[in-house]
Write a protein that binds this ligand. Structure first.
Ligand SMILES: C[S@@+](CC[C@H](N)C(=O)[O-])C[C@H]1O[C@@H](n2cnc3c(N)ncnc32)[C@H](O)[C@@H]1O
Length: 297
């Protein structure tokens, strides 16, 4: 019988480990995934004290937890979609299956205020390209309180969710949501900082994704044979939207290798992350100006 929170945690932890669920969406262990479920069902906050472990579970709570565990184990549904929430830079974001579950290492750069490029000055205009839940745009707006941020995405349903997150953080006056196929509807705008986490998964990786990832929108992941379909388009056009002293930061994940192989002369600055993650580069507007023609097909 799963009478207490603790009983549930031990049971769910051992089941998640036995069934080899894949941890790639915010949690890296079974205990934390189980904890997220019981915190959701009990409607408490993450900073709940230890006495929570001995709280009892009523019949309805037990049933709800069984159902959620079943979806996690049998359908391989990520916890974030089950509870409708994911954490990014220490903040909760609403998520649903219309958006990628936030996990970009770019969070670390935001936390650091992009200090490599913005020492003694702050970006005034920021573009969060391929925004999904707008986790990056929201965190940029919260970090740079004087900045105007545009979060754009091609998906209307992703933008609907982004709107919810914008409301949560009361950013209606500084964060604009724009439906756009890359730069298509951004004519006339210019930015000090463009941050893009576009789709970048190559075909081999797409074919071998753990089942958890198949619940995410494939339009948020798939980017052609070499994973570079979107990043090449972005780099071919970005100069038209970057101020002279601006910088563009793009995540390409495992497609870093293909990027280096195809563009050996481009001075990408590949960034390092203390908390894990890879495949994020920066180019200044000046650097991009000199090599942009390489990306124009
Ligand atoms: C990897 S997800 C990133 C989401 C979010 N920025 C994050 O870090 O969690 C990529 C996003 O790009 C969007 N996207 C795909 N094709 C696009 C296009 N042609 N123009 C703009 N956005 C696009 C998808 O809808 C998805 O939300």
């Amino acid at each position: 019988m799963l009478e207490s929170v603790k009983d549930f945690l031990y049971w769910a932890e051992s089941l998640f480990n036995k069934k080899l669920v894949y941890f790639g969406h915010g949690f890296d262990n079974a205990w934390d995934e189980a904890l997220a479920l019981v915190i959701f069902v009990k409607g408490v906050n993450w900073d709940v004290d230890e006495s929570f472990l001995t709280e009892t579970l009523n019949d309805a709570e037990q049933q709800q937890l069984f159902d959620l565990v079943q979806q996690r184990v049998e359908k391989r549904m990520p916890i974030a979609y089950l509870v409708g929430e994911a954490w990014f830079l220490g903040l909760p974001f609403s998520v649903n299956r219309e958006v990628l579950i936030p996990r970009s290492p770019i969070a670390e750069l935001i936390d650091d205020g992009f200090s490599l490029w913005f020492k003694g000055r702050s970006p005034q205009n920021i573009l969060d390209l391929c925004a999904g839940s707008a986790c990056i745009g929201v965190c940029c707006a919260l970090t740079f309180s004087g900045a105007k941020v545009d979060s754009s995405d091609i998906s209307a349903s992703a933008l609907q969710l982004a709107k919810k997150n914008r409301t949560t953080y009361e950013l209606e006056d500084r964060l604009e949501l724009i439906q756009s196929d890359l730069f298509q509807n951004l004519a006339g705008r210019s930015y000090d900082l463009i941050v893009a986490n576009p789709p970048y998964v190559d075909q081999v990786d797409m074919d071998n994704l753990p089942p958890e990832y198949t619940h995410e929108p494939s339009m948020a992941l798939a980017a052609g044979d070499d994973g570079l379909d979107f990043v090449k388009l972005i780099l071919a056009q970005a100069n038209d939207y970057l101020n002279d002293e601006g910088v563009i930061i793009v995540e390409v994940g495992n497609s870093q290798e293909a990027m280096i192989a195809q563009f050996p002369s481009v001075p990408f600055l590949w960034l390092e992350f203390a908390q894990g993650g890879h495949g994020v580069f920066a180019l200044t507007a000046q650097q991009l100006k000199e090599c942009r023609k390489l990306f124009v097909s």
